[in-house]
Design a protein around this ligand. Structure first.
Ligand code: ADP
Length: 555
């Protein structure tokens, strides 16, 4: 723009300069012409007087630069200082001669063959009727220009430089306010402004406002979208048709177990995961089919769901959702295992009951042995009931709790009661039972608390050695009650320490010591329900210690 303005100003000023020059030359030309005419006129008058007095001799002594011609009454050339008069044609027809003959004076401007250029003629009639004529070449415009070419050139060059400088300054000063325009706040602060730009600036201001609003809206939507996707535990990927990741959340990267942060629109989804299941899912979705697959690696189990995305009737990409189904899978496998174990555990006593009952039914038992066989049936039925009860307790805990309100209970008193319950069994094996510590309050459902303490004490007796001891310590740590059940029994091998809390897990698979294999599961789930933690320390051959830490009672 600056260049265009500069060029325009320069062209205008040069045009003005040339016009002015032409005008000056024209004026000068006119001036010189009238001056020449007046001089010639004066010369003609003077020569006419001289000729009237001296005749042809007058011309001999005449020293003059102009051309002088003396024409007779009939137009015959009597004298000419530039040409031989006798060879010259009759001048009666010349305009200035005719005019002088009739009016006394005559002038004319025309081409002269003699002078070879345009000439001015001034003729004066003498008293005897002859005419004296003075002629001089007319200054042509070009001659004038050529004569003054040097100063004109100097003036033109100086004027051009001046015009260029002024044009440059002017164009810059015209454009400066436009360049200094604050497009974020058009016309906001500037005082020095073109009125003509007001509609444009108003439009700009409105558009800026609209753009700002749209940007704010977009940003808000983007933030909402990110907030939703980032808080999702499910992984989420949007892919284009060439498998490039357009959008993703951090859960997707976590579930695909990758450290690579995809560059939107550049990184391929296959860079994030090379797992076969994932690759196939993506490929199928990008072929236009919804696909679902399970992808397992070590303990992590994920479900990949990929759906094609249609845009204007064409396949535009795919959306991939990744779900962490590890826990669900584990639960399902535990449930399957549990069902199998329950069936097995129920079958053993039922088979025993059924077999014994059959023998009795067939009358194959001597009357004195009937009591013994009935006792077997009773014992197995008891085991069955015990097992079913434990299953019911566990399933209640699985469902999220047990019947009954929460109460504050003194663990010391509770432990004392439980120890009394196990005392008969302990006495049979000469075990010493002792209770240490003092009152400590714990909050929970009384039935669950009792079952936890009972199961720990019952195990401490059952897995003890004859003549050993069981010590229960109850204390208030200040951060909640703590119950420790310590025995001097067989201990639990290190590899089984985590597994003893599993359903139906027994270190000794022979079932020789009875038990349902569910006691410690009830302890673990019950403690979790009450917000308590269980710690197990054990040494094979020395004994085991179970420590239960309860949260503060007022909790
Ligand atoms: P069970 O009804 O068989 O006692 P539990 O779930 O109570 O079932 O215990 C699981 C297994 O853990 C037991 O079979 C036993 O092998 C082991 N166990 C539990 N408590 C003790 C303990 N105090 N000393 C040694 N082993 C124990």
């Amino acid at each position: 723009m600056t260049k265009r303005i500069f060029r325009s100003i320069l062209v205008v000023s040069l045009a003005a300069l040339l016009a002015a020059l032409a005008l000056v030359v024209g004026v000068l030309h006119g001036y010189f012409e009238s001056r020449t005419e007046a001089d010639l006129n004066q010369q003609a008058v003077t020569i006419a007087r001289g000729t009237a007095l001296g005749g042809i001799d007058y011309f001999e002594g005449l020293n003059i630069s102009s051309r002088v011609t003396w024409v007779g009454q009939d137009g015959t050339v009597l004298y000419d200082n530039w040409q031989n008069a006798s060879t010259m044609e009759n001048h009666a027809s010349r305009e200035e001669i005719q005019e002088a003959m009739s009016l006394g004076k005559g002038t004319a401007v025309r081409w002269s063959d003699t002078l070879g250029q345009t000439a001015i003629y001034c003729a004066v009639r003498l008293d005897d009727g002859t005419v004296v004529r003075a002629a001089s070449t007319q200054y042509s415009v070009w001659a004038l220009v050529l004569q003054s070419v040097q100063p004109i050139l100097v003036v033109v060059i100086a004027a051009m430089i001046l015009a260029a400088m002024l044009a440059s300054r002017l164009s810059k000063s015209i454009v400066r306010p436009i360049n200094e325009l604050d497009l974020n706040n058009p016309g906001g602060t500037s005082e020095d402004f073109y009125e003509e730009l007001t509609p444009l600036l108003t439009r700009l201001r409105m558009q800026n406002h609209e753009i700002r609003q749209q940007m704010d809206q977009l940003r808000r939507r983007q933030e909402e979208f990110s907030a939703i996707t980032e808080n999702m535990s499910e992984g989420f990927l949007v892919l284009d048709i060439r498998t490039r990741v357009l959008s993703n959340n951090s859960a997707a990267l976590r579930l695909l177990e990758t450290d690579c942060v995809p560059v939107p629109g550049e990184t391929s989804a296959f860079v994030l995961s090379r797992e076969e299941g994932f690759r196939r899912c993506v490929e199928e979705a990008l072929a236009g089919r919804r696909s679902e697959r399970m992808v397992r690696r070590e303990t992590l189990c994920r479900q990949i769901i990929a759906s094609p995305v249609m845009q204007d009737g064409h396949l535009g990409g795919a959306v991939v959702v990744i779900l962490d189904v590890t826990e669900r899978e584990q639960r399902e496998s535990l449930r399957r295992e549990f069902t199998a174990n329950v069936s097995h555990e129920l079958k053993t006593p039922l088979t025993a009951i059924s077999g014994t009952a059959e023998i009795l039914e067939n009358g194959m038992v001597k009357p004195e042995d009937v009591g013994h066989f009935a006792g077997n049936i009773h014992r197995e039925a008891g085991r069955l009931i015990e097992l079913v009860n434990d299953i019911i307790k566990l399933s209640r805990l699985d469902e999220g709790g047990a019947d009954g309100p929460w109460e504050e209970m003194d663990l010391y008193r509770l432990s004392k009661n439980v120890l009394e319950q196990v005392r008969p069994a302990a006495e049979k094996r000469n075990l010493t039972l002792s209770l240490k510590g003092g009152p400590a309050m714990a909050c929970g459902v009384p039935q669950i608390l009792e079952e936890i303490v009972y199961n720990l004490c019952d195990n401490a007796v059952a897995y003890n050695r004859d003549g050993g001891s069981v010590t229960v310590t109850v204390e208030d740590t200040g951060k909640g009650a703590r119950l420790t059940v310590e025995d001097t029994g067989v201990g639990i091998p290190a590899e089984a320490r985590d597994r003893v809390f599993e359903r139906f897990y027994r270190v000794d698979k022979s079932h020789s010591r009875g038990g349902t294999g569910l006691g410690l599961s009830i302890v673990k789930h019950g403690a979790a329900y009450l917000g308590a933690t269980v710690v197990l320390r054990s040494e094979v051959g020395t004994g085991s210690t179970f420590i239960l830490n309860f949260p503060p009672a007022e909790h």
